[in-house]
Design a protein around this ligand. Structure first.
Ligand code: SAH
Length: 702
């Protein structure tokens, strides 16, 4: 239990919060029938992330039972599993694979709804992703568990060997919704590496930036005359669109109204004129503005949306949310509709709505509610929150053509209003609905973003904590300086967004991470060593504070790492056995006078000191000044260690003295450890005694 007190008053209690890394897979049921299996599952799943089930007979033999989430079942495992199946997102078995196959066979339905099923061997060497590899998430869960155990994940889906993300999961980080289509047919075409056409009319293109060099996807862009490859060769098509597009050829006619900017793609030029397996992903970019009479039923609202979307060829799956006037925040039909569809309901006051220019204002509405437009103005207001970031490419649709009987929309509508106001009633049902649809530039993810501030340790992967490794493997996006990104590359999985920025652009890196997290992604920001020691964690938190962050959204978690002073100390022995401090000699962000003052104080107080950033190509004087300061208070023979690139392939260690340190190679990858007055070297080891003057006093050595 953590208590947080501010000014002596307890403001909040938290229970121990388990790591957020496994949250996408929870609730997790883990099942073992042997003591070894129990141990293995406890090692692979951090406490509180899963319920661990064992047969009653085994429970009594497990001594002592300290894990509160350990529970026992009586009767057959088959029956017990059936009782857990629907309520759990993931199952992790430490059982023979054959037994698991027989147990789950009667429960499996289809890959869109089946949970993740993962099997570990009792020796902890392999983690098998058995079923639900993509949509169930078991490939990802298997990677995480394997990282915890140092085991090999066994992933047999075809896309893994191609280094591609599953085509049925590419849109999930961005909240896209899977639409109609032949998902098996398209996946099979990709597995054969046959050329597959991608027509992306909306949504981010971030998913494309990190595909392996050899991939079978052929992208059609706006204005493309052809597809750049013989049509005959294409074997499947992927539409990323808010529209309902054809499942098979011939495709629907291209949108025929005089185009607003930019022009719609001529779909006929993109897809060859023959049957192809086709799938649809729908980015949620459509905001439906709604005005309604008091007491309008949920059914009328639902029918209005359904009818208008069908008429205009739009997919309801592409709805991001509903926008209206604040007077309607308690409108029962509207609230019920949003709740059942899990859609956000954005409500705006009349004063806000009346400032938004709309194509179809109404004097009557203005008299009634104080704004000349509810539906159009609310839809347009809602999309303002989703302006594009530079990386998010979205093509604005022109107003689609309704079928010929419907009124032609006003071509004067602002381009972002896709469908101007429509009025809708249902016979024998009370109430009426006005409805307008606007297209946001950026899709609504519907997710709460996470910022994971991860310390990757000094270099080698085994010096990194398992929690940090799993955080990186699990994040949607990883952002860091290119040198450190290269060191952790083996942790990445297909489809991850990996962004590097030069070393000087820490602020931009933090801003970028926050922007992606605010949008709903899980973003790992990596720093070498510890993220909170001259690392990115502080920058990110400072910038969040400057943006009036509420402390919760995005959720932040810091993953500690072995910092340079620990790593370098470990290479030379035990120099940090007595009080020590770290001082960075970089005066980029700290005035040199402050650094000098701290150097003097540390030297005077006889701290063992780790100097970070001792020298760069242009900054060479500072280390000499530091040496002079220390020489005023310490013996010239005080041991000094210079450790460059600890735990990396170019590691270099020099043991020297305070007097001679400038004669040795020092650069920006070096940490300088200066001993205190008792520090000694012995057989090439650097040792600081735990106690002064030969005795320990009352402190003990731990
Ligand atoms: N967040 C990092 C520190 C970044 S400041 C950490 O906690 O370790 C950069 C400085 O750290 C470098 O100039 C160097 O002094 C030190 N440093 C980082 N990694 C190092 C390594 N592997 N070996 C030696 N020094 C290192």
């Amino acid at each position: 239990m953590i208590k947080i007190t501010i000014h002596g008053k307890i403001v909040s209690h938290h229970r121990f919060t388990p790591t957020l890394i496994f949250q996408d897979f929870q609730p997790i049921a883990a099942i073992a029938t042997t003591p070894l299996g129990v141990q293995l599952l406890q090692r692979s799943l951090p406490s509180q992330t899963a319920t661990l089930w064992v047969p009653e007979s085994l429970r009594d033999r497990l001594q002592p039972v300290t894990e509160p989430s350990l529970r026992s079942y009586s009767g057959s495992l088959k029956a017990h599993l059936a009782s857990l199946w629907a309520s759990h997102r993931s199952f992790v078995f430490c059982l023979a694979t054959g037994a698991v196959v027989r147990l789950i066979a009667p429960l499996l339905q289809d890959k869109a709804s089946d949970p993740a099923v993962v099997v570990l061997d009792e020796a902890g060497q392999f983690v098998i992703s058995l079923t639900g590899g993509h949509q169930g998430g078991s490939d990802r869960l298997s990677r995480l568990l394997a990282l915890q155990l140092g085991a090999t994940p066994v992933l047999t889906g075809a896309s893994n060997s191609l280094g591609l993300p599953g085509i049925d999961v590419i849109g999930l980080p961005f909240g896209w919704v899977r639409g109609e289509g032949d998902w098996t047919g398209v996946s099979a075409a990709i597995a054969r590496q046959a050329p597959v056409q991608v027509i992306q009319e909306a949504g981010t293109t971030l998913w494309r930036d990190h595909l392996p060099p050899e991939h079978p996807l052929v992208f059609a862009e706006w204005g493309d005359q052809g597809v750049g490859i013989g049509d005959e060769a294409l074997q499947a098509a992927i539409w990323i669109t808010p529209r309902l597009t054809p499942n098979s050829s011939p495709p629907s006619p291209p949108l025929s109204l005089p185009p607003l900017t930019p022009p719609p793609p001529d779909s006929r030029s993109l897809i060859p004129d023959r049957h192809l397996p086709t799938i649809h992903w729908h980015p949620r970019i459509l905001w439906v503005g709604i005005g309604c009479e008091r007491g309008t039923s949920r059914q009328v609202i639902e029918s209005a949306i359904q009818q208008v979307f069908q008429q205009y060829g739009l997919a309801e799956a592409a709805i991001a949310g509903i926008a209206t006037i604040d007077l309607k925040a308690d409108e029962v039909g509207l609230v019920e509709f949003c709740r059942d569809r899990a859609l956000p309901l954005r409500c705006y006051p009349a004063e806000t709505l009346r400032t938004i220019p709309v194509p179809t204002p109404s004097a009557i509405v203005e008299t009634e509610v104080g704004t000349p437009s509810v539906a159009e103005a609310a839809a347009l207001r809602a999309i303002q929150d989703f302006q594009s970031c530079t990386d998010v490419v979205v093509n604005r649709l022109s107003t689609p053509t309704p079928n010929p009987q419907s009124p032609i929309p006003n071509p004067q509508s602002p381009p972002s209003l896709l469908i101007p106001k429509q009025i809708f009633r249902l016979e024998n049902q009370p109430g009426a609905v006005t409805l307008a649809v606007a297209q946001a530039e950026r899709e609504y993810t519907g997710r709460i973003g996470q910022l994971w501030l991860v310390g990757t340790g000094p270099g080698q992967l085994e010096q990194m904590t398992p929690a940090a490794q799993t955080a990186i493997a699990q994040a949607d996006a990883v952002i860091g300086y290119s040198l450190y990104i290269d060191l952790i590359r083996p942790l990445f999985r297909p489809g991850q967004i990996v962004e590097t920025l030069p070393i000087t652009q820490e602020r931009q890196r933090a801003e970028r991470a926050i922007a992606l997290a605010n949008w709903g992604l899980t973003v790992a920001v990596v720093s070498s060593g510890d993220c909170g020691i001259y690392g990115m964690a502080g920058l990110v938190l400072e910038q969040l504070r400057a943006q009036n962050w509420d402390g919760k959204t995005p959720a932040v978690q810091v993953f500690p790492g072995i910092t340079a002073l620990q790593a370098t100390a470990s290479r030379v022995g035990a120099p940090l056995m007595h009080d020590f401090c770290a001082i960075s000699l970089s005066d980029l962000l700290t005035p040199w006078e402050v650094i000098e003052k701290r150097l003097t104080a540390a030297a005077q107080a006889d701290f063992v000191v780790a100097l970070y950033n001792p020298k760069s190509k242009t900054r060479v004087e500072q280390i000499a000044i530091a040496q002079r300061i220390f020489l005023q208070y310490r013996d010239p023979l005080t041991p000094v260690a210079l450790v460059r690139s600890a735990y990396r392939t170019d590691e270099h260690i020099t043991l020297t003295t305070l007097a001679e340190l400038l004669m040795c190679p020092i650069d920006m990858l070096t940490t300088v450890l200066i001993g205190n007055q008792s520090t000694r070297t012995y057989a090439n080891w650097m040792i600081t005694p735990r106690g002064y003057l030969g005795f320990d006093g009352e402190d003990s050595v731990h």
